[in-house]
Design a binder for this molecule. Structure first.
Ligand SMILES: Cc1cc2nc3c(=O)[nH]c(=O)nc-3n(C[C@H](O)[C@H](O)[C@H](O)COP(=O)(O)O)c2cc1C
Length: 170
């Protein structure tokens, strides 16, 4: 299995998370790229894709992702399994928690992707998020809070990784 992970980061947290995901990834290879210097069209050569992005400025997409935002709409995701990692601050920005992950999810699903890696909302405190599934019980991908719950991150990545591998195999 060949997997690609694209991330964008302003203060480094999402880049660190990408490295952590790579370090637990034991099922085939995973290639990491920063959206700031690599064209998103590279996903064409992969069946399994992970997009990692933080939310900034009251519900906005991180700036490097903003620069490639329109490129997402011309990628054909049919036949591809896509997972998301969203970083945010649930206590500082409780009305916009990991919104950008939901915004990217909605674009990617419109382009035919199969989404894997939904994640339960238990263990987080927030008021609103654009990154929830229709039943409101899950995030559309792995939500991580490096501002308040950094000590939970390794465990969350490890559990989510096992879930992804299970979903990819079933
Ligand atoms: C000015 C500012 C605005 C932010 N806005 C949001 C927000 O609207 N929603 C959210 O969930 N997190 C928000 N955050 C938290 C960041 O997403 C979080 O710190 C993240 O880990 C940053 O990732 P990066 O280091 O990869 O850029 C904000 C942080 C700052 C400093």
């Amino acid at each position: 299995m060949k997997t690609i992970l694209f991330y964008g980061t302003t203060t480094g947290n999402t880049g660190d998370i990408a490295e952590k995901v790579k370090s637990v990834w034991s099922e085939g290879d995973i290639d990491l790229y920063d959206v700031v210097d690599t064209p998103l069209s590279l996903v064409d050569g992969y069946d399994t894709i992970i997009f990692a992005l933080p939310t900034w400025d009251y519900g906005e997409v991180q700036e490097d992702w903003q620069d490639v935002w329109d490129e997402v709409d011309v990628i054909d995701f049919s036949g591809k399994q896509v997972a998301f990692i969203g970083l945010g601050d649930q206590f500082g920005y409780p009305e916009w928690f990991v919104d950008a992950m939901g915004m990217l999810h909605d674009k990617v699903i419109a382009q035919g992707a199969t989404i894997i890696g939904h994640w339960p909302i238990e263990g987080y405190e927030f008021d609103e998020s654009k990154a929830l599934t229709e039943d409101g019980k899950h995030f559309v991908g792995l939500a991580l809070d490096e501002d308040w719950q950094r000590d939970e991150t390794d465990g969350r990545i490890s559990t989510w990784y096992k879930q992804l591998i299970f979903e990819l195999g079933s």
